[in-house]
Design a protein around this ligand. Structure first.
Ligand code: UD1
Length: 366
């Protein structure tokens, strides 16, 4: 009997996962030694949080859809575990590849390991050392259980070694999100989303905010709204609003106030290509996202991260990122506009060729 071709599950769940999974999916699809199977847990399900990204990134409809949806952390994690266990019991894959740090990353890792299936984690080793963030818990558990850890930067390798991960399991591959950018560079550069908002290049700031500590409490959100209105007095602000944030802005009755400001444009969440086209041509970005800290470093765009810490310190030491307190955003923007910010260098191996390195590493173990 000829040996069967190994089946690799690629787990995608939420918006930030799709640009990590897509380059690897395409790289593995070109190979004959394995069959990639795209598994979507359904953590994000709105068209503009999921399907648009699949389309933009050339991903097919998922081979397997778990349709888990929203819920508390326990409900969501447990929902993915229950659904994914059934899938694995019915037809176990040879390897499971998880990416990033969302609840589904953790859920699929635990499920697979309890069924003795090998797991590889792409974007391993990042640490904020802030266990009040759900993503930090997800990272720690996922890395502790994974058999193969693909890291984006030397700090990630060091974190893993300090936590006792054996060095043979760690492979530095670089940052796969830059592969997505390079894959779509032509489309991104041709895209003119800024015209929709009557904006010219380098005359506006892009804002994204969705972390619970920024948007869930009325008091914190009120500070942010005040700061964004102040920023909009010196530069146009474009703010694609995450569903969680929209919900809180409406609930606390900030939506109308912010929506009626002349220089502040609220919009639905945008697809990958339009969003990156706006970031590329912006003067600066204000965010609490993980990935955008990296994308701005890659593009040499000033980034103000509204958080107390970052799991991506290389974007500060080498890149264009700065941490900023919520009440100091307007001041930081004014500093940036006066030219007071650090130019970035691209970290090593953030070169658009990470997916090939991941594929070679995987080939050695399957
Ligand atoms: C999740 C990730 C976070 C990532 C973010 C990117 C975890 C712990 N968090 O946070 O790391 O930065 O995705 O977006 O996994 N909702 C919709 N439609 C959707 C998805 C969500 O309306 O398609 C709403 C729901 O009301 C939901 C809320 O947004 O309760 C939050 O969604 P959830 O997936 O729980 O977390 P995110 O805040 O999106």
């Amino acid at each position: 009997m000829p040996k069967e071709i190994p089946v690799i599950h690629l787990i995608a769940a939420a918006r930030p996962n799709f640009m990590k999974v897509a380059p690897l999916y395409h790289a593995l699809k070109r190979e004959e030694w394995c069959t990639p199977v795209l598994v979507h847990t359904g953590q994000h399900y709105d068209d503009n949080m999921s399907a648009t990204f699949l389309r933009d990134l050339g991903l097919p409809d998922p081979d397997i859809h778990l349709n888990v949806g929203s819920g508390s952390h326990a409900e969501q994690t447990a929902g993915v575990m229950l659904a994914y266990e059934k899938v694995c019991l019915e037809k176990p894959p040879d390897w499971v590849v998880v990416v990033g740090d969302v609840n589904s990353t953790l859920a699929c890792t635990i499920t697979a390991k309890k069924l003795h299936l090998p797991v590889a984690h792409l974007e391993a080793g990042l640490r904020s050392r802030d266990r009040s963030m759900p993503e930090e818990i997800n990272r720690i558990v996922t890395d502790a259980l994974s058999d193969l850890l693909w890291t984006p930067s030397p700090d990630a390798d060091e974190n893993l070694v300090k936590e006792g991960v054996s060095e043979e399991k760690i492979v530095r591959v670089g940052n796969i999100m830059m592969d997505s950018y390079e894959m779509l560079r032509e489309k991104i550069e041709a895209e003119q989303t800024l015209k929709t908002f009557n904006l010219d290049p380098q005359t506006y700031a892009v804002v994204t905010l969705h972390r619970n500590f920024n948007v869930d409490e009325q008091e914190n959100l009120s500070v942010l709204v005040g700061q964004l209105l102040a920023v909009s007095e010196s530069i146009a602000v474009l703010f694609p609003v995450h569903p969680r944030t929209r919900d809180r802005l409406e609930k606390y009755e900030f939506w109308e106030k912010i929506n009626s400001a002349t220089n502040l444009h609220l919009t639905e969440p945008l697809g990958y290509v339009p969003f990156m086209s706006l970031v590329r041509q912006s003067s600066l970005v204000i965010t609490d996202s993980g990935g955008i800290q990296e994308e701005t470093t890659y593009l040499d765009i000033p980034c103000l991260t509204v958080r107390n810490n970052t799991e991506r310190p290389i974007t500060i030491s080498k890149g264009t990122n700065r941490l900023v307190q919520p009440d100091a955003i307007a001041q930081a923007v004014s500093d940036v506009l006066q030219g007071n910010w650090q130019r970035g260098v691209r970290p090593e191996l953030w070169d658009g060729r990470t997916a090939d390195r991941v594929a070679s590493s995987l080939r050695e173990v399957v």
